[in-house]
Design a protein around this ligand. Structure first.
Ligand code: ADP
Ligand code: MG
Length: 288
């Protein structure tokens, strides 16, 4: 492509809401074989709601919900917002807040140690989750994110949040497939939930249960198929955005993600990813 066609392409991109932050991105896009997508906030709205709360024997719904919400009130994770919203106002006081990235949160409420998070948090803290594992599995198979809550080391509930898939995600993935691209999903969410969502969307490959650094390792695993693009929105996506051959940030995402990206989409969805590939193909063929 000539410098002029790149300039025209970049300008056309801006009109379509696709900002090329690096001049060679239009060219690099042509060699991409795989598009890897973050799940939460990229494929999904990133605004989960609490859908399920199954209690362990002897637990009280209001008591559990108020205590876990008091802890989550200190967390910035979208899951936290879902739980706090469900609990309503007047939460009890909480102290000794702790947060383990990719695991969950903990704090002290009414002198009791309260913990909310993924199964691996409970396993790490030696909480026996067997009684509610079937309930949690059923939630995950519906594409919901299952969580467990424990008080003083004892399981009190399994709960789930559900994060709606953006209405444009399925069509964008179908369009990427028509362009001959492989589509992968990388997520910190659990395997069963990730598989349910991937199946709905026709995604080819899933890597789940990933910690932020795990997304970079997962990209390295996909690289054998050729150069890849990664699309994400979160702080935890920044390393993967930088590591991919092309990092594409959702414009409604966090600043850290945007700064790590080669391409920024002004819209909050994946339609711009399709436009970017489309534009790249046309520029490289010198068609305006
Ligand atoms: P993702 O952005 O893909 O959801 P994260 O690393 O942010 O990945 O989170 C991975 C998992 O860690 C979540 O699915 C959840 O199980 C658990 N988790 C993280 N933060 C919280 C929180 N504030 N409350 C409960 N669970 C959490
Ligand atoms: Mg995300």
């Amino acid at each position: 492509a000539t410098p002029t066609s790149i300039m025209v392409g970049t300008g056309r991109g801006a009109e379509l809401g696709v900002l090329f932050r690096k001049g060679d991105a239009l060219q690099t896009l042509q060699g991409i074989k795989t598009v890897a997508l973050d799940k939460t906030g990229t494929l999904t709205e990133g605004r989960p709601v609490l859908t399920d709360l199954v209690l362990a024997e002897g637990s009280d719904r209001d008591d559990v919900l108020r205590k876990i919400a008091a802890v989550e009130a200190q967390s910035e994770h979208p899951i936290a917002a879902a739980i706090v919203a469900a609990a309503g106002a007047d939460l009890p006081e909480m102290e000794n807040f702790g947060s383990v990235t990719g695991y969950g949160v903990l704090g002290t409420v009414d002198g009791q140690r309260v913990m909310v998070g993924a199964a691996r948090l409970m396993i790490r803290r030696k909480v026996d989750i067997a009684a509610l594992e079937p309930a949690a599995r059923a939630m995950a198979e519906q594409g919901k994110t299952p969580l467990y809550a424990a008080i003083d080391g004892h399981l009190v509930a399994a709960l789930a949040v559900s994060d709606p898939i953006k209405p444009t995600s399925a069509a964008a993935i179908a369009a990427l497939h028509r362009m001959g691209l492989k589509v992968a999903m990388l997520t910190g969410d659990n395997q069963a939930t990730a598989q349910a969502i991937a199946k709905d969307l026709g995604i080819d490959h899933v890597a789940a249960d990933l910690l932020p650094k795990g997304k970079v390792d997962a990209l390295d695993g996909l690289r054998s198929a050729g150069p890849l693009a990664f699309v994400g929105d979160g702080i935890n996506d920044a390393p993967a955005l930088a590591a991919a051959d092309i990092g594409i940030a959702i414009g409604t995402g966090t600043d850290v993600a945007i700064e790590s990206a080669d391409v920024v989409l002004m819209s909050g969805d994946l339609t711009g990813v399709v436009s970017a590939f489309d534009l790249s193909a046309r520029v490289m063929r010198n068609i305006r």
